[in-house]
Write a protein that binds this ligand. Structure first.
Ligand code: ADP
Ligand code: 5GP
Length: 193
């Protein structure tokens, strides 16, 4: 994976699946017009309602592997067995060239990896649910995953929680409203620095 030309700021959100990062990111995108979501590529199929090029660039496993071969990724991970996710250089560089602040929603290893490449130009935020039990409850309440996928995601959660200390900020998401307000302050400070 090659190093990008860093010409703009970025905010990285990572968390075990179900912690609430997508919800918090959506809230921030509505409040800060300069923030734009980095649409990742992935190898899985779209869920009902997901649109190619809007939620993800859905490449399929073969298409994803071709992009790896072409060195097209700033970062990619096999987040779950045979499920690849990654950020294409061209997506991020285009947004920076438009003067946008790029917001990433990536898995925990991806967040650490991208932060190490982007340095001070990036703020890395770890979203933390109050407990593993609550994480599982939220994941089930979201009703988007099969039982197998829930088990896969929970199995990973503990390892991911142990890496929270590597992030610039740990954002507790117990009460959603409080978490969103805190996120707004953190982002404002980062944009003004
Ligand atoms: P992630 O993107 O980290 O996987 P989501 O943002 O999809 O997580 O949140 C998982 C589920 O939990 C969603 O159904 C969301 O509405 C819900 N949720 C998010 N934050 C909270 C919270 N503070 N309290 C209760 N439920 C929450
Ligand atoms: P989902 O299938 O629920 O949309 O996403 C599964 C996981 O993949 C989430 O933890 C999400 O943060 C992560 N993810 C999405 N895009 C990327 C990416 O570009 N890189 C990495 N490393 N993880 C990603």
């Amino acid at each position: 994976m090659s190093t990008p030309k860093i010409t703009g700021k970025s905010i990285l959100f990572s968390a075990p699946s179900g912690a609430g990062k997508t919800t918090i990111v959506r809230y921030l995108l509505e409040r800060f017009p300069n923030l734009v979501f980095s649409i990742s590529a992935c190898s899985r199929d779209p869920r009902p309602g997901e649109v190619d090029g809007n939620d993800y660039h859905f490449l399929g496993v073969e298409g994803f592997k071709q992009k790896i071969e072409a060195d097209a990724f700033l970062e990619w991970e096999e987040v779950y067995a045979n499920n690849y996710y990654g950020t294409l250089h061209e997506v991020v560089e285009k947004l920076w060239s438009e003067g946008k602040v790029v917001v990433f929603d990536v898995d925990v290893l991806g967040g650490i990896n991208i932060k190490s490449k982007l340095g001070d130009q990036a703020l890395s935020i770890f979203v933390q649910a109050p407990s593993i039990g609550e994480l599982e409850r939220r994941l089930r309440a979201r009703s988007t995953e099969t039982e197998e996928k829930i088990q896969m995601r929970m199995a990973r959660a503990e390892e991911e929680l142990a890496l929270a200390y590597k992030f610039d900020v740990i954002l507790e998401n117990d009460n959603l409203e409080n978490a969103c307000t805190k996120a707004e302050t953190i982002v404002t400070n980062f944009l003004n620095r």
